[in-house]
Ligand binder design. Structure first.
Ligand code: NOJ
Ligand code: CA
Length: 680
């Protein structure tokens, strides 16, 4: 970590303690401002009950919203309070990411720590910590160690989000096991429940995103409409099988409740709030942590061309793997994934189905590992648990240790199925702890993680930078066997799911209508035989820039990349960035993102639209003023249309400098990808 400046002031307002002694009537509220003073959060006691409210440039965004807890084993902590003490501080520092969308992160905020105490017996203490940044607010609860409070069985977290108006919002329904849904756009009053990130927009384009940061040893948060209050949600934590939400003991720190706030959608997508609210990196030696692109034996199974199981159509064979490794070596792709390499797929969903150790007989793991090593290509391991996390925990050390011996540095995990122990949910406290255990165990073996069916991203990657990427959204696979993801989906994710952290969407399908797929055999109930990818080819390229992932898959069958000039963009595009700028955006309509390569002076741009064609004018002033560039442009052509003519693409070059403006023409369902290559 490289701290360039630290500015810290601590001044406790001790008079508050004095007030406590003589009266509990006086100090009832405290306001904390963001450093630029645009955002304010007001904490107050109303009839001795704690509430917070949120303002942006004098507009109230959240009206007084409840705070507190209910427990199974003691009285609620939600009323009967006085403010005992307040501590405030200001921090202004920089830190550096091991990898990411930006190398340097500014961590600048004002903080207020409020010590509450119950007025009457049992006189328990509760602390609330608010951090107010220029890009939003984080607050969390602390139940300190104290007499009479030991184990805590939280039955209900009472935190509310009481929106001041009936804003427009993008949401997926609350679900304790999956985030793989399409977003809807409704007025808040029409939304019964939601998973987070949950994003709302005011009539003046102020964007507000509710989420959480540093979710550890706690249940995931969903939002549930408060009965009779059409624009107010309460926290609904994902329960244990016995209905309790969180089992812990004092001292307890809750995850941060986050409210990202921005004057535009573009500004929202640049927020670093979630990362800033996590603990610094705990891995001392990070030399083994390397972002990379990959290809793999994967899409064939989703298309129904191959199988995960052994048999004639088995995808993960030694021969097939060698072809993928050869392709990777020839095309500058560092790694290859193999799914269906190990026994157990015939029992997918059953208890102890996978042992994570035994390869199928037609997959010579050691020979493949040797072959890859000789070609300078890495293998990506795969652990599908089918949801049997309990058994996976028993096998974890052995499985990671085997991969480490083979030189495998990345493992993709999966939890496609009901969780074991039965009755647990993917997003409950037990699984939050499981996912964390996997990341920490992997770190011991110098293994990076790509989690599918994960717990949502909450910025843990800062603390454990081997937690590279995750799914937790409706990704590419859905296009293989369902109605798929409509063109609009991609223009919503950057302002919802992706605010949480990297997404393993797996872009890069070139055979958009599966014309070269050969015989496909239906394997998924949702397959109506009409599946396809609902974008143009140029948009597939643009997604490599728009959706950030430090492990980024080019997901098509390699046959579909042969002799394709457009594949050059995938070869060139980096996965680690010095800097990111969101150039324009309208949630659900379009977005353009420019990112600077960490290893050169090149910039890359991705621009995408929904089902509507549009032309966007871009000012190139993000480029270095002293340099000249060749823009290598991959765009939809005149006649491209995602429905009728998706693969027509124009590839051309243009000399440009920072003073120029260019027009991006995007076809319906289209996109554009550009490499700005610096001329030395
Ligand atoms: C779901 C994952 O998202 C997908 O990538 C994987 O191929 C299957 N599960 C099988 O593990
Ligand atoms: Ca999935």
């Amino acid at each position: 970590m490289n701290l360039t400046s630290i500015f810290k002031i601590h001044f406790a307002l001790y008079f508050a303690i004095f007030l406590t002694a003589c009266s509990n009537q006086k100090l009832k509220e405290i306001t904390t401002d963001s450093p630029d003073q645009n955002i304010k959060v007001k904490f107050e006691l109303i009839n001795n009950q704690p509430f917070y409210s949120v303002y942006y440039k004098e507009t109230c965004l959240l009206l007084p919203s409840k705070l507190g807890f209910e427990f199974k084993n003691q009285a609620a902590l939600d009323s009967n309070f006085l403010i005992q003490n307040i501590e405030t501080s200001t921090i202004n520092e920089n830190w550096e990411q091991v990898w990411g969308e930006n190398k340097k992160i500014i961590n600048k905020f004002n903080q207020t720590l409020i010590h509450l105490k119950e007025i009457s017996e049992p006189g328990r203490a509760l602390k609330l910590e608010f951090k107010v940044y220029n890009d939003g607010i984080g607050f969390r609860y602390e139940i300190p160690e104290q007499e009479g409070v030991d184990s805590l069985f939280i039955s209900n977290e009472l935190t509310e989000f009481n929106f001041a108006n009936d804003y427009n919002a993008w949401w997926i329904p609350a679900n304790f096991d999956s985030y793989e849904a399409l977003y809807s756009n409704n007025k808040i009053s029409e939304i019964p429940s939601a998973n987070t990130p949950f994003t709302a927009e005011t009539l003046d384009n102020i964007c507000i995103c509710i989420h959480e940061a540093n979710l550890t040893n706690y249940a995931g948060m969903t939002m549930l409409k408060v009965p009779g209050k059409s624009t107010s949600f309460k926290t609904e934590l994902v329960p244990w099988p016995d209905g309790i939400k969180v089992k812990t003991k004092a001292p307890m720190l809750s995850p941060w409740r986050t409210i990202q706030i921005a004057s535009s959608a573009a500004e929202l997508a640049e927020s670093n709030l979630i990362l800033n609210l996590n603990e610094p990196n705990k891995i001392a030696n990070v030399s083994w942590i390397q972002p990379m692109k990959y290809i793999g034996i994967w899409w064939g199974m989703h298309l129904g061309v191959n199988t995960w199981t052994l048999g004639e159509r088995h995808g993960a064979t030694t021969e097939n793997m060698k072809k993928y490794i050869d392709f990777a070596a020839e095309h500058n792709i560092p790694a290859v994934l193999a799914e269906g390499w190990n026994t157990g797929w015939e029992n997918w969903g059953a208890q102890h189905a996978f042992d994570f150790i035994t390869p199928y007989e037609d997959f010579d793991l050691e020979a493949i590992a040797d072959y890859a090593k000789n070609k300078g290509v890495q293998l990506i391991g795969h652990h599908e648990t089918g949801g049997d996390a309990e058994y996976y925990e028993q096998k974890l050390e052995e499985a990671f240790s085997m991969y480490q011996k083979l030189g495998i540095k990345v493992v993709k995990t999966g939890y496609a199925g009901p969780i074991r122990p039965l009755g647990q949910h993917h997003h409950g406290q037990w699984m939050v702890n499981h996912y964390q255990k996997v990341v920490e165990t992997a770190a011991k073996y110098h293994i990076m993680i790509d989690a599918h069916e994960p717990i949502k991203a909450t910025g843990i990657r800062r603390t454990w930078p081997n937690m590279m990427t995750r799914e937790g959204a409706r990704g590419m696979e859905w296009n293989g066997w369902s109605d798929g993801n409509p063109p609009e989906h991609h223009t919503i994710l950057p302002f919802t799911r992706n605010l949480a952290g990297p997404l393993d969407y797996t872009p890069g399908i070139f055979d958009i209508q599966y014309k070269n797929a050969g015989k496909r055999i239906k394997w998924n109930d949702q397959d109506k035989g009409t599946s396809r990818v609902n974008t143009t080819l140029a948009k597939q390229l643009a997604l490599f820039v728009v959706f950030y992932s430090p492990l980024q898959m080019a997901s098509d069958l390699i046959e579909n990349y042969k002799d394709q000039p457009a594949f050059q963009f995938i070869e060139d595009v980096p996965v680690d960035w010095a800097e990111t700028k969101v150039l324009n955006a309208k949630i659900g309509n379009y977005v353009t993102i420019a990112r600077k390569d960490i290893n050169s002076n090149d910039w890359f741009l991705g621009s995408i639209t929904d089902e509507n064609a549009r032309t966007l004018e871009i000012n190139l002033n993000f480029l270095d003023k002293d340099k000249s560039y060749i823009a290598e442009i991959y765009s939809d052509s005149e006649n491209t249309d995602w429905k009728t003519n998706p693969i027509e693409i124009d590839i051309r070059q243009l000399s440009v400098i920072a003073n120029d403006t260019i027009k991006l023409r995007l076809a319906p369902g289209g996109g554009q990808a550009i490499r700005f290559k610096v001329i030395d």
